[in-house]
Write a protein that binds this ligand. Structure first.
Ligand code: SF4
Length: 645
């Protein structure tokens, strides 16, 4: 194995770390070790390598340098960027095109096992485009809607119709800037044309079209894919799920679906619940079929069906390393070629299913809509037949609950009810400053940086600033594994840390709140400080990892109920010096960063004299503080509890 980073440096996820240790012990390489062994080319990483024609490749390294044709660094970088955007737009929008063909097949009863699950959404979407809905059957509406969507890919003039879903002001801006997409395919093709040798060579002009290409995907192909997925499989609403490799089961046939499309995976869910398949699994000596997902296919069936996510992009190899995956069924995008050679070390079958994706050495079972359910059952039976070939397994006992499914339709309903669905409460909260904004985090992992770290770091930092975060993609799975998607108010922001001697407890609420802001704010108590229910799940000691920590180890995670907070000191095994309500005097003792006014139910335990320390929480014997953190994280909070602050 090449010398590289430690598992802790490669991933922030304990389940991934365990599998990386296993990989090293077995002498198996992964994306992580390959990244360590293959340092990136600095010229390529900066987008300064051009290979658009046979006179190159031209690798530019210095300011003012030019390619053989005279292309500048700026031009080459712009061309490389737009080519990446064109490829991404093509991939995601092509998914939308396939979904439109599936919708048409379903409307014509040519897709085995599929039905239109969300007729209300079908009617709502059709109405956006002035497709008549009154007195028409769902199939008639779906047929016309599918035709409209399909036409948007090859449209040559005008504007992609789905952009009417944006606000009038935004559309006016796009028109003014000349970036309204005319047709989805047209913009992708033009991006490639412009970057052919001897075409567009003004960087700003190239990037201008990059915006138009991106809009064609984001407000065109991808929006079409989302709408059709909701129509066919149901608009997501909150449900309970789980994430991480610990969702794999020792006594069941584990089938992992991986990729980006919901069509086959939804059918796999349906097939796995048929008597035919469950009896087949039992006959093979298994307790049943345990489906889970990787990547965006995971998100699709997680938010609609509650099927657990085994992990995100960088965990596809790690899932196979458990030895417990009987089949990994892939569709399109983000599938590593390394899976096949890795699977040969275990018993896992890698099954490709898309007409667009084959991997040398993998089994191919072509997915076709008109035989969808039959094909899904056949694939599951292949996995069940493979169950007996399992060897030694090692499944990390690491999983986290989450509540996914906050579609914009659900949020609208949640805030206003059935008859007065509205985003008004959210808008009011933003205008009043209670929520300081809404951020979207989307994106994949990269083994060149610490797995999951950046996603969760940014998410946590935004939460600390009272910013509402909406996530999808691998970032959402990273946050789920970290416990950020629990659906409980601010649950992600609270931690209870217990010192090795059981003497130190820190309750953290690292929000940006001043003492003044909290003084007398009963709403704070009602919203955040009620019954604090602790799970006994010990995790690595986030709090004690800082340089001040002298008490490292046990951390008890807490789930925060929105109605009441009650610290169960006994359960924590903490010696306390009394149960006090917050008082002005107590606040002075605890320190400058104390949040202060809390619910009377909250036990505030006075710190002892030797809390007069240099900022280390190890000195806060017998103390519980409710304090304020900052972007410095938990130690920042801990400093809030020391008397010298
Ligand atoms: Fe070199 Fe110009 Fe050809 Fe690019 S297009 S490879 S810069 S000669």
């Amino acid at each position: 194995m090449p010398k590289g980073r430690t598992p802790e440096e490669q991933s922030a996820d304990p389940a991934a770390q365990e599998m990386l240790i296993r990989a090293e012990m077995l002498g198996i390489d992964t994306a992580f070790s390959r990244a360590d062994a293959n340092p990136p080319c600095n010229i390529g990483a900066a987008g300064m390598c051009c290979k658009l024609c046979g006179m190159g490749p031209c690798r530019l390294t210095k300011d003012g340098q030019r390619g053989v044709c005279g292309a500048t660094i700026d031009t080459i970088q712009a061309r490389n960027l737009i080519r990446a955007i064109a490829a991404g737009s093509a991939a995601h929008s092509d998914h939308g095109r396939d979904m439109a063909f599936t919708l048409k097949a379903v409307a014509n009863h040519e897709a085995e096992g599929f039905v239109i699950r969300d007729v209300a959404k079908l009617r709502r979407v059709a109405a956006f485009y002035e497709i008549p809905i009154e007195g028409r059957s769902p199939d008639e509406i779906a047929n016309q809607l599918a035709d409209l969507f399909i036409s948007q890919f090859g449209q040559q003039r005008g504007e992609v119709v789905t952009l009417i879903r944006a606000t009038e002001r935004r559309r006016a801006l796009w028109r003014e800037q000349g970036v309204m997409p005319r047709g989805i395919d047209r913009e992708v093709v033009e991006a490639l044309h412009r970057t052919h040798i001897g075409d567009d060579q003004e960087p700003e002009h190239i990037l201008h079209h990059a915006v138009r290409t991106s809009l064609a995907d984001g407000w065109g192909g991808s929006l079409i894919a989302t709408d059709i997925s909701d129509i066919l499989f149901g608009t997501p609403a909150p449900l309970v799920g789980q994430a991480n490799l610990g969702v794999l089961k020792e006594d069941m046939v584990n089938v992992v679906v991986h990729g980006h499309e919901p069509t086959l995976s939804e059918m796999m869910v349906a097939a796995s619940q048929t008597r035919e398949v469950t009896e087949y699994a039992e006959a093979a000596g298994a307790g049943g079929v345990n489906l889970s997902g990787i990547c965006c296919t995971a998100n699709e069936i997680l938010m609609r069906q509650g099927i657990p996510a085994a992990g995100n992009f960088l965990q596809q190899e790690l899932a196979i390393l458990t030895g417990a995956v009987d089949a990994m069924v892939v569709d399109v995008q983000c599938i590593m070629q390394a899976l096949v050679s890795l699977a040969e070390r275990f018993h896992t079958k890698i099954i490709t299913t898309s007409s667009k994706v084959r991997i040398t050495g993998a089994m191919h079972v072509q997915f076709e809509e008109h035989r969808a359910l039959t094909i899904a059952k056949d694939i599951l039976k292949l996995a069940i037949d493979n169950y007996k070939n399992r060897g030694e397994t090692q499944i990390p006992d690491v999983r986290e609950d989450l509540i996914p499914g906050f579609s914009h339709e659900y949020v609208n309903y949640m805030l206003g009810g059935s008859y007065r669905a509205s985003f008004r409460p959210l808008n009011d909260a933003i205008m009043a400053g209670r929520i300081r904004g809404v951020a979207g985090i989307v994106g994949c992992n990269n083994p060149r940086s610490r797995h999951d770290f950046m996603h969760t770091y940014v998410t946590e930092a935004l939460l600390k600033q009272d910013v509402l975060v909406a996530e999808t993609g691998c970032g959402a799975i990273a946050s789920a594994k970290r416990g950020f998607l629990l659906g409980e108010a601010d649950a992600a922001n609270f931690r209870v840390a217990v010192g090795a001697a059981g003497h130190v407890v820190v309750v953290e609420r690292p929000h940006v709140l001043s003492r003044d802001a909290l003084r007398g704010d009963r709403a704070f108590g009602r919203r955040h400080m009620s019954e604090l229910r602790m799970t006994q799940t010990a995790e690595r000691d986030d709090v004690a990892d800082g340089r001040h920590a002298g008490h490292a180890r046990l951390v008890l995670r807490v789930n925060l109920d929105v109605t009441s907070l009650h610290l169960q000191a006994d359960a924590l095994g903490v010696q306390t010096s009394g149960d006090r309500s917050a008082t002005r005097g107590h606040k002075q003792i605890v320190g400058a960063n104390l949040l202060g006014e809390v619910s009377p139910q909250v036990g505030i335990y006075q710190t002892t004299d030797d809390a007069n320390c240099s900022g280390g929480i190890q000195h806060m014997h017998h103390g519980v503080t409710v304090g304020r953190g900052d972007l410095d994280g938990r130690m920042g909070f801990a400093r809030g509890g020391s008397a010298d602050q």
